[in-house]
Ligand binder design. Structure first.
Ligand code: SF4
Ligand code: SF4
Length: 163
C-alpha cells in the first residue's frame, strides 16, 4: 500500500483526483452494492435499491463479469470517477468507499484496505453475496416488488435487523 509523506495511507494523504489509477481501483471494497438495479420515484426522484443484480455480476465473487467493457455492455453501469462523484455520490450506497471519502469520512474497519483481507467485506455482511438474484431470473415488471433497505446499511444496522 502506498503511503504519503507523513506515513498516512494514500487515501488520506492525497485528494481523490490525485490518486493513481491502481490506487483508485483499490478503493473499491468489492461490495457490488452499486451493481444492484435501482428504481427512481418519478415524482420525488428518490432512489430505491432492489436485490436484483445486473446480469454481468457474479453472485459469489461479487465481481463484474466483463469489467473492461462494462459501460459498453451495460449502458446504465455507472463509471465512478472523481469528476462524477459530485453528481452520483448521493445515491451511491452510504458504505461505498468512494462516497465515504468524498464526504470526508473514514474507510470502515471491514474495508479490505483496512483489514488487509479481501474477504472481510463479505464476512462482515456488507457485500451482496448470497442476498441477490440476477435480473435475468425475473421479469422486469417484478423489480418493483424487490425493493430492499439493506444496501443502505452498515454492519451495526445489519446486526440490529438480524439480517
Ligand atoms: S458500492 Fe462503491 S465500493 Fe462497493 S462495489 Fe460499488 S464502487 Fe465499489
Ligand atoms: S456492468 Fe459490471 S460493474 Fe456495471 S453494474 Fe453490471 S456487474 Fe456492476
Amino acid at each position: 500500500m502506498s503511503k504519503g509523506a507523513g506515513n498516512e495511507p494514500f487515501w488520506q494523504s492525497k485528494s481523490l483526483d490525485a490518486l493513481l489509477q491502481d490506487e483508485w481501483e483499490s478503493l473499491c471494497d468489492g461490495c457490488a452494492r452499486c451493481c444492484l438495479i435501482k428504481l427512481e420515484d418519478e415524482d420525488t426522484t428518490e432512489t430505491f435499491f432492489t436485490d436484483v443484480a445486473c446480469h454481468l455480476l457474479d453472485n459469489q465473487s461479487c465481481r463484474c463479469g466483463d469489467y473492461g467493457n462494462r459501460t459498453t455492455r451495460v449502458p446504465t453501469c455507472v463509471n465512478v470517477t472523481p469528476d462524477a462523484l459530485p453528481k452520483i455520490a448521493h445515491w451511491m450506497p452510504p458504505t461505498c468507499a468512494y462516497r465515504l471519502l468524498w464526504e470526508g469520512q473514514e474507510l470502515r474497519w471491514w474495508h479490505p484496505l483496512i483489514s488487509g483481507d479481501p474477504n472481510s467485506v463479505h464476512s462482515a455482511g456488507i457485500s451482496v453475496r448470497g442476498r441477490i438474484i440476477s435480473e435475468l431470473s425475473i421479469p422486469e415488471e417484478e423489480q418493483d416488488d424487490r425493493i430492499v433497505d439493506w444496501p443502505l446499511w452498515d454492519v451495526e444496522d445489519l446486526s440490529k435487523s438480524g439480517d
